[in-house]
Ligand binder design. Structure first.
Ligand SMILES: [Zn+2]
Ligand SMILES: [Zn+2]
Length: 287
């Protein structure tokens, strides 16, 4: 087998392959080594070779010893994953060796199954994400994937069945219409506080608001950046005035507060709700 045939065999196998796979298809060790020397293929690590264009994450995961998984596989599909340092998550399977490589900060996943090269399925990535990054990150990623149209009913069932039991309720309360990852996170935290809320509520004269808590507080989470200017701020103030006229109090937080300063947000919400409850402000204000 000449060097270009070795390269096209690797491309046929998905762009990355082990020497053993190439030998099974008729390439000798010598021919593989020669193809690498000539630059027709690229050595990823001992016994693993690539040909053609390969996404950088797939290449690094192969160097580490497996497939792009968990948060990295979700991010690659555009799913919102809340992870401050965005490390590469690699699924290597239960027994595989992990290989040292330059700049390795990978998170190694050892759940059962035969890891190869490439990117894990979205269902597997979500299941990995739950155990690796916890219930809030999983929940927001699950709703984000669903909102993007990446999860069929069969996928959702598969995720639920494969999850450890303590995470399954999150699938049951998830919605397909979350507006943002931040919204998912906030909704979960409020549910855990036992706060009754409605999402994406249309209030006459105000428009659509993110959340209404117990029929009396409008909660808006601002994901915008400040440099988007005074006109939006003016619009928000007009909305708040309209909401007040309709009998609602508006609480407004930004992304940084919800993510980095949740206790402050929680105290504010609980304190205002207590005031409303004590004053006997009823839900069911006409909309
Ligand atoms: Zn992970
Ligand atoms: Zn690594």
């Amino acid at each position: 087998m000449d060097s270009s045939a070795v390269a096209s065999t690797i491309r046929m196998l998905g762009g990355i392959a082990r020497t053993s796979q190439l030998r099974a298809r008729g390439a000798s060790r010598m021919q593989v080594a020669r193809a690498a020397e000539r630059g027709a293929i690229e050595r990823v690590r001992t016994g693993v070779y690539a040909a053609g264009l390969l996404p950088p994450d797939v290449r690094r995961a192969a160097a580490h010893g497996g497939e792009v998984g968990c948060a990295s596989a979700l991010r690659q599909r555009g799913v919102w994953v809340w992870e401050p340092d965005e490390r590469l998550h690699v699924w290597v399977g239960p027994d595989a060796r992990v290989h040292p490589h330059d700049g390795c900060r990978c998170v190694t996943h050892r759940d059962a199954g035969g890891a190869a090269f490439g990117v894990v399925s979205i269902s597997r990535a979500l299941v990995q994400c739950a155990s690796c990054l916890g219930s809030e990150v999983f929940f927001a990623a699950f709703e984000s994937a669903w909102a993007l149209g990446l999860l069929t009913a069969a996928d959702r069932g598969e995720v639920r069945a494969s999850l450890p039991a303590r995470f399954r309720w999150l699938v049951d309360i998830a919605r397909p219409d979350a507006g943002s990852g931040l919204e998912s996170l906030l909704r979960l935290r409020l549910l855990r506080l036992g706060i009754q809320l409605e999402c994406q509520v249309v209030i006459a004269g105000v428009g659509r608001v993110d959340f209404v808590l117990e029929g009396c507080i409008v909660l808006e989470v601002d994901g915008r950046l400040n440099h988007e200017g005074p006109s939006l701020r003016h619009r928000d103030l007009v909305r708040d005035a309209a909401a007040a006229a309709a009998g609602y109090e508006t609480l407004r937080f930004d992304y940084a507060m919800v993510i980095h300063d949740w206790p402050r947000v929680e105290r504010a919400i609980l304190a205002r709700l207590q005031v409303h409850r004590a004053a006997g402000v009823r839900s069911g204000i006409p909309r």
